[in-house]
Each structure stands twice: as structure tokens, then as C-alpha cells.
Design a binder for this molecule. Structure first.
Ligand code: ARG
Length: 559
């Protein structure tokens, strides 16, 4: 309970141990609880005896009640005291939970699609996680740099050039963009397969020749590279605009090509990389407990995905000197990052903490009721289509005359909240009904609760509410406690990068609010209670907007 730490420290003088005090036990509904097992050991007594003694003896102005159960002392605080704590916190910060600048820098790399492939629903998790990781660091006082490390390097460019020359027309490509590029890709792949079946290699040789030209910096090859990158990035930017996401940098893998030769040479000279008899270059990671060495240059001289990642670490260190680098990339690349981080421990390219922030798949039920990965190699579910469908659904479910911006906030809020309604490692089961459900942990549920608060505040007229000195806040105890826990929620989320903790906090707070309205009148309460309650409603409203904002959820003006 970080917000109460100075109070908890005071309790030490009374025989309690502030450092042992935790959140209250849900089954008792207590505010705080202290396990007595450590003290019992020190005093060589049964825990319950220690708890009984403390519960009977401790007295403190702000403690309303104490109870000893199963070796725990349970504490109930005076709700008025909780309100005062919140008032102090509010005076210190515009947004509860916002830390002042710490001087630390986090580099958050996310999205990073391969330019050859359509932006699919699989990228949705990445985008939502990445943006929230960024916002969380901003909230905790980090400076943040974001980088979209697009895959714009490798075989695909050779395929496109050869395919365009053989099957395509430039004008069509200019007009139809990525769709046409996809067609060219498929046709060329087919031709390659046919050629291989016949034992030929002409097309393949041409592709390799273009790749070598590209690696050597040939002007014509690079003009093609720019042309294809531009077409591919159009779709990418369209999705990003729609989601309101932008990046400080989109260097991409190809950006590092000029740094590669020097880096590889350096690694070889330092004895970190070993040249093999066939001319390839590998890094032995056995000293880090990884049996498979890392291949960083093929025998024909070509570099790989891993090589550009090494160059990226070096470049980021030199340019940004980050304290932390978070790679938001799916679980299937776990081994790659294990190798990469092990290599960094050996080569010491950066002192930054390197984190692979990985996440599971998105699944759906097939007609037989079995879970299936939602986008596969055979069938891509385009993210644009998912967004369109979400907009349609939101339009149907909400007020008829709602403007497009609000519909978008609701639709995206629903998708984002789905992302954070469970742990990142779990696969998500995509279910449109649940995404928009008003009774479940969903975007619409929390947006609705937030809007209800806003409506109350609007009806009350926009005065500057202050808690009344005589009001006891007995009915608001749970709400106050929940909000005061936010500091712990954010710290926990930052340590574990489990952003769903914030979503859970928001959801539980909204549920608590709904219970509260059932029992308590706000607008037509008597003057003393009314002002105090409106003060808390106002704090809660702003707190919810801020917490949702970290997740990337905006609150519509109506719904
Ligand atoms: N472009 C890669 C892919 O789509 C992801 C890049 C991840 N980032 C990295 N630094 N390797 O699979």
C-alpha cells in the first residue's frame, strides 16, 4: 500500500509491522491485513496468539477496528482518513499515478511488420501492447522513444523485382498498391515452384542477383527497394492513422545495412564471432548455456535477421543510450531473443536492460467448435477488416446519432479492452459478443461507467467540489481504498509489464461504482454529503480517464 507508507511506518511504534502489512482479506472485507507469522517466530508464540494480543492492544486515531483471524491482524481504517490521503495525493499530482521525470529512457520497439505481408489481426495485440507499454513508462516518469522496426530487407525484394519485370505493370502497381504487389508475389512464387520442380534455376538466380545488387548498394536495386517500401508502407500507415498510433522512428532493418560489415568484422576480431571453414560466421553461445550458435553471416556473404538485430542494439546504444529496451514481439520469436540477449551479455554492446515483451496468439472457434489461430499462412484476417467490423458493430449497439469519432472510440475501446482482459501470455479467444458485452469485463462496460460519472458531474453543474469537513465517507470506503491502491497497481504493472493489471483495476473500480450508486444517492443527497461525494466522483472520473488512457482507451462523449 504505497500511498499509505508514512502511516504504515507509524504503526511500528505500536507493535505492528508496517512493512508486513498487505491488502485486506477479501473474505473479511478488511482494508489491510498483517500476517503474524514472522513475529510469531521471533517471539516463539503461535501466530494467532500474537494476532489476538495485537488486535486487543493496538490503538490509533485512524484505525477504526482490529480483528484477529487465522494468524492475521485485520485492520479497518477510518474512511475519513482515507479521503484525506486521497486529497493530499490529488494536491501533489494532476493525475494520480503520474510520476515526475526520472531522467531514464525507455526505448519501446513495437509493430515491426514484415513489409511483404498484409497487416493482419495478429498485429493487433502487438500494437495495443506496444502503445500501452509506452504510455505506462511515460506515466512512471520515463522518457520514451518508439521505433517501428519494419522488416524491409531480405529475399522478398528480389522476388518483387523479378516478379514485376516478368508479370507486373508499373502503372497497375501504382494504382492498386499492395493488392497488386500481393498478386505479383503469388505469381512469382508459383513460377519459382514450377521451376524448381523442373530442376531449373533461372528465376531463382535472377532473384539472388538482385539481392546481391541490393546488398552492394546498386542504384537501380535501391530505387526498386524504395518503390516497394513506399507501397507497402501505405497500408501500414493507413492502419496506424486509424488507430491514432505514431512512431518516433521507423528505421527498419535495411537502415542497418551499412553498419553491418564493420560490426561483423569487429565481432570477429574480438573473438566473439567465429569464421567457419565454409566461410560463414557464427557466434558460439555455449558459455551462456545455449547450445545452438547464432548464424550471423551465410557462406555466400549474405547477412540475416539476427545480424541486423545485433547492429540495431549497437546503433540504439550509441544514439539513444537507453536504460531499457522493450521488444514487443510475439512468443514464437522467444528463442531468437534468448540468443540475441545472450550475445549482448558476451559482446556488451549495450548496458540497457533488454526485455522481450511477448504475447500469445489470437484464436477463434472454427465451425466444429475447436480453437484455431485466427490468421494463418493460408488465410490472413486483415486488421482493417476487423476494425471495419468493429465500427459496424459499435454503430449498431450505440445511440443512433452518434458521431464517427465516438463510434471509433467505442469500437477500438472494445478491442483494446479485450487485449487487456487477461494476461499477455494467454492466447485470446476472439468472440464478438464478449468484446462488446455490457455485463462482462469489456471496453463498453468501463466506458459506460465512466460516462455515467461524467453525467452526474454535469448535472451537478461544474463547481469545484471539496470534501466537507464533517463528512465521514463511510459509504465510500471501498472506492477510496481502490483508488489509493493505484500506485501499487502501476508499480506492479511496470515491474512485470502485465498491463492487464491496469485493466483489472479499472474494471473493479467501475464495478464498485455501480454497487455504490445502488446504495447511495449523490445528486440529491444533503448538502454536506453531496459536495463530498461529488468531489470523489470528480477525482474518480479523472482517475478513470487517466488509467484508460494508459491502455489507449478513450472515453466517448456519449454512447
Ligand atoms: N519483422 C519481424 C516479424 O514480423 C518482427 C521484428 C521484431 N523485432 C526485432 N528487433 N527483431 O516477424
Amino acid at each position: 500500500m504505497k500511498r499509505l507508507s508514512s502511516f504504515l511506518a507509524e504503526l511500528d511504534d505500536l507493535g505492528l509491522r508496517g512493512d508486513l502489512i498487505q491488502a485486506g482479506l477479501p473474505e473479511l472485507g478488511s482494508d489491510l491485513a498483517m500476517p503474524c507469522f514472522v513475529l510469531a517466530k521471533e517471539q516463539d508464540l503461535p501466530p494467532q496468539t500474537v494476532a489476538d494480543k495485537l488486535a486487543a492492544e493496538v490503538e490509533h486515531d485512524e484505525i477504526e477496528r482490529l480483528e484477529a483471524v487465522n494468524g492475521y491482524v485485520n485492520l479497518w481504517l477510518k474512511p475519513r482518513f482515507l479521503a484525506e490521503q486521497l486529497l493530499t495525493w490529488q494536491a501533489e499530482h494532476k493525475n494520480l499515478g503520474q510520476r515526475p521525470a526520472s531522467g531514464k529512457l525507455a526505448l519501446v520497439e513495437y509493430f515491426s511488420p514484415n513489409l511483404a505481408k498484409p497487416i493482419s489481426i495478429g498485429h493487433m495485440r502487438n500494437l495495443f501492447q506496444g502503445r500501452a507499454v509506452k504510455n505506462l513508462h511515460l506515466a512512471r516518469g520515463y522518457e520514451v522513444v518508439t521505433d517501428n522496426h519494419v522488416g524491409d530487407w531480405g529475399t522478398i525484394f528480389g522476388i518483387w523485382v523479378v516478379g514485376l519485370l516478368k508479370f507486373g505493370q508499373r502503372e497497375k502497381l501504382e494504382r492498386d498498391g499492395l493488392k497488386e504487389l500481393g498478386k505479383i508475389y503469388v505469381l512469382t512464387r508459383q513460377a519459382l515452384r514450377a521451376e524448381e520442380a523442373e530442376g531449373g534455376s533461372e528465376l531463382n538466380d535472377q532473384i539472388q542477383a538482385w539481392l546481391i545488387k541490393l546488398e552492394r548498394g546498386d542504384k537501380e536495386a535501391w530505387r526498386y527497394h524504395e518503390f516497394f517500401s513506399r507501397i507497402s508502407k501505405e497500408e501500414m500507415n493507413h492502419v496506424l492513422d486509424d488507430l491514432g498510433i505514431d512512431f518516433d522512428h521507423t528505421f527498419g532493418e535495411s537502415f542497418y545495412r551499412e553498419q553491418l560489415p564493420g560490426l561483423l568484422q569487429d565481432l570477429e576480431q574480438r573473438g566473439i564471432a567465429q569464421r567457419q571453414d565454409d566461410g560463414s560466421l557464427i557466434i558460439d553461445l555455449a558459455s551462456e548455456g545455449i547450445k545452438t550458435p547464432m548464424l550471423i553471416q551465410k557462406s555466400n556473404g549474405a547477412t540475416l535477421y539476427a545480424s541486423t538485430d545485433i547492429a540495431t542494439i549497437a546503433y540504439r546504444q550509441q544514439r539513444f543510450r537507453p536504460d531499457k529496451v522493450v521488444y514487443v514481439v510475439g512468443m514464437e520469436q522467444q528463442f531468437h531473443f534468448r540468443q540475441l540477449f545472450a550475445l549482448n551479455r558476451i559482446a556488451q554492446l549495450t548496458e540497457a536492460e533488454l526485455i522481450h515483451h511477448s504475447y500469445g496468439l489470437i484464436e477463434e472457434l472454427d465451425p466444429a467448435g475447436k480453437k484455431q489461430k485466427m490468421s494463418s499462412r493460408h488465410r490472413a484476417v486483415h486488421l482493417e477488416d476487423v476494425l471495419d467490423r468493429a465500427y459496424e458493430t459499435a454503430t449498431k449497439l450505440t445511440l443512433e446519432d452518434l458521431d464517427a469519432a465516438d463510434v471509433k472510440k467505442i469500437a477500438q475501446g472494445a478491442l483494446i479492452f479485450q487485449e487487456f482482459s487477461q494476461g499477455k501470455k494467454h492466447n485470446i479467444l476472439f468472440d464478438w459478443d464478449r468484446v462488446f458485452s455490457l455485463s462482462d469485463m469489456s471496453g463498453p462496460y468501463v466506458q459506460y461507467a465512466t460516462l455515467r460519472l461524467k453525467a452526474i458531474l454535469q448535472k451537478a453543474g461544474g463547481a469545484d467540489y471539496q470534501p466537507n469537513p464533517g463528512y465521514d465517507f463511510a459509504a465510500e470506503r471501498k472506492l477510496l481504498l481502490k483508488i489509493l491502491y493505484f500506485e501499487d497497481v502501476l508499480e506492479g504493472a511496470l515491474d512485470s509489464l502485465e498491463l492487464n493489471r491496469i485493466a483489472m483495476h479499472v474494471f473493479e473500480l467501475c464495478r464498485e461504482l455501480n454497487r455504490y450508486y445502488e446504495q447511495v444517492r449523490v445528486l440529491d443527497a444533503e448538502a454536506e454529503a453531496r459536495a463530498s461525494r461529488l468531489w470523489l466522483m470528480d477525482v474518480t472520473y479523472r482517475h478513470l480517464c487517466f488509467s484508460l488512457g494508459i491502455l489507449g482507451v478513450e472515453v466517448p462523449s456519449r454512447m
